[in-house]
Design a protein around this ligand. Structure first.
Ligand code: MN
Ligand code: MN
Length: 476
């Protein structure tokens, strides 16, 4: 005989809110789909470790699914048309034209495709103590002590004075060499171990070991290890020392994205902040065919250093895209149409947030932190220490998003970044809000965020994919 639920239990279930494990809310078919999505996602993470590589990969994938560069599509844009805009190879926008004209507003999911790393300095190569090394200047928020003693790869581009480009990717193929930053042995590290963690490894110590074999001895030839490396670079890649100045070479962890756990339920990789959002939003957009509102998928650069520059979220790129859409719609005057489109737009700032780490719970308010595997993390506001620098979604827009997710049975959870006084962080949300859009942050929770090996749950990655998809095109 089925036991009657007590009145108190009924009341508790109907009035209280407690996020549930996303895994518990998925049937076996959805679990299989989550694992399938993770395979494509891991391939993307392995192939695309810089903003340039990610941009190229995402645009190539979009073109396979019918997106064409905007300047190759002439005239008015009919509903369902798929176009793309490449912003200098480091940022892009993909558009599916809606049933309603763009001036009626659009729905945007925006992410960033840059990740913390070590960049080479303009004059990186030097010789010391029998070794050739490369000096770096780290990019974004890293814990410097996490970067020594890891196999590292060099990715990037060298632009010669002639304008010719040389693509560099060394350290990923099985037969490739790798590079590394060294660290002091424990026996001699008494002074280092006494230092604060942020001082234990200095920025100027993040030097990458690249060679040991000297050029043959000759009268008047000094720094022969450096010379041998210069010769090798010239012979193999066709560039010399001055060309480093017009290069963008990034030092990133070598190797592939991996399954994590006996149950393979998680993904471990460099660069999941924020390529998890880029990948899931692209995968979602590829399934969007006839949206009511025009769907825009935005990939930005430079988020990790403040979204500055002509490829960052603070640039005019998005406005230029909207201008083109409004112009192609035939709205007159175009300038008013742009303002109408932006002020009627709704956006998800798709970015990761920290998951509660069971080993470091003291940094978070447990009741307001996302858990790994509990679904999409909806972040009403970012910032920290008094909501400083925060972009906060309105109660109205938050309610609409909550309703959308609940109606589609998509696992989600609210969460903020850490304890009130512990710090905080921002995303591109504030720059979208500046343009007049309704914006909310929603993304995948991550363990070890900003580390060379970040961890996500396949359930959350799948929830993000589903959320972005129904935001653009709700299911009936
Ligand atoms: Mn991010
Ligand atoms: Mn970040």
């Amino acid at each position: 005989m089925k036991k009657e639920e007590s009145a108190g239990k009924k009341l508790l279930d109907s009035l209280s809110f407690e996020p549930k494990s996303a895994w518990d809310r998925m049937d076996s078919d959805e679990k299989r789909q989550a694992f399938d999505l993770a395979e494509g996602y891991k391939a993307f993470l392995t192939a695309a470790k810089t903003e340039r590589e990610a941009n190229t990969w995402l645009l190539a994938e979009a073109e396979k699914f019918g997106f064409r560069p905007a300047d190759q599509v002439s005239g008015r844009l009919s509903p369902g048309t798929r176009i793309c805009f490449d912003n200098r190879g480091r940022s892009a926008a993909l558009v599916v034209v809606g049933q309603q004209p763009p001036s009626q507003g659009f729905r945007l999911v925006g992410s960033h495709i840059d990740s913390p790393r070590l960049d080479l300095k303009p004059r990186p190569l030097y010789e010391d103590s029998g070794l050739a090394l490369l000096k770096t200047h780290y990019y974004g928020g890293i814990k410097k002590y996490q970067w020594p003693v890891l196999p590292l790869a060099l990715h990037g581009v060298v632009v010669l004075a002639s304008g010719e480009k040389r693509q560099i990717c060394i350290g990923e193929a099985a037969e490739d060499p790798v590079f590394c930053v060294t660290d002091l042995l424990p026996h001699l590290a008494y002074d280092q171990m006494e230092k604060k963690a942020k001082e234990a490894v200095s920025g100027e110590a993040l030097n990458v070991v690249v060679g040991n074999l000297p050029y043959p001895e000759e009268e008047g030839v000094k720094e022969r290890v450096k010379l041998a490396i210069l010769k090798l670079l010239k012979d193999t890649y066709g560039f010399s020392e001055e060309d480093f100045i017009s290069a963008e070479i990034e030092v990133v962890p070598a190797g592939t994205a991996r399954d994590v756990g006996f149950d393979r339920s998680m993904i471990g990789s460099y660069g999941q902040d924020d390529r998890v959002s880029a990948y899931t939003s692209l995968a979602a957009l590829l399934k969007v065919n006839q949206p009511q509102k025009t769907a825009i998928c935005l990939f930005t650069d430079k988020e990790e250093v403040g979204s500055m520059g002509n490829t960052g979220a603070r640039s005019r790129f998005l406005e230029n895209v909207v201008a083109e859409l409004v112009y192609r719609e035939g709205y007159n005057p175009v300038d008013l149409g742009i303002r109408k489109a932006l002020s009627r737009a709704e956006a998800i700032s798709a970015d990761v947030n920290a998951a509660l780490d069971p080993s470091y719970q003291e940094a978070s308010d447990k009741r307001n932190s996302a858990l790994l595997g509990y679904g999409l993390n909806v972040t009403k506001y970012t910032g920290g220490r008094g909501k400083s620098g925060s972009s906060e979604a309105s109660a109205e827009f938050t309610a609409a998003i909550r309703d959308l997710l609940n109606r589609h049975n998509i696992p989600w959870q609210p969460g903020e970044l850490g304890k009130v006084d512990e710090g905080g962080g921002g995303t591109i949300a504030q720059f979208l809000a500046d343009l007049g859009m309704e914006v909310i942050d929603a993304g995948v929770p991550v363990l070890s965020m900003h580390a060379p090996f970040e961890v996500t749950s396949k359930a959350d990655v799948y929830a993000a994919y589903r959320a972005y998809k129904v935001f653009w095109e709700p299911e009936k």
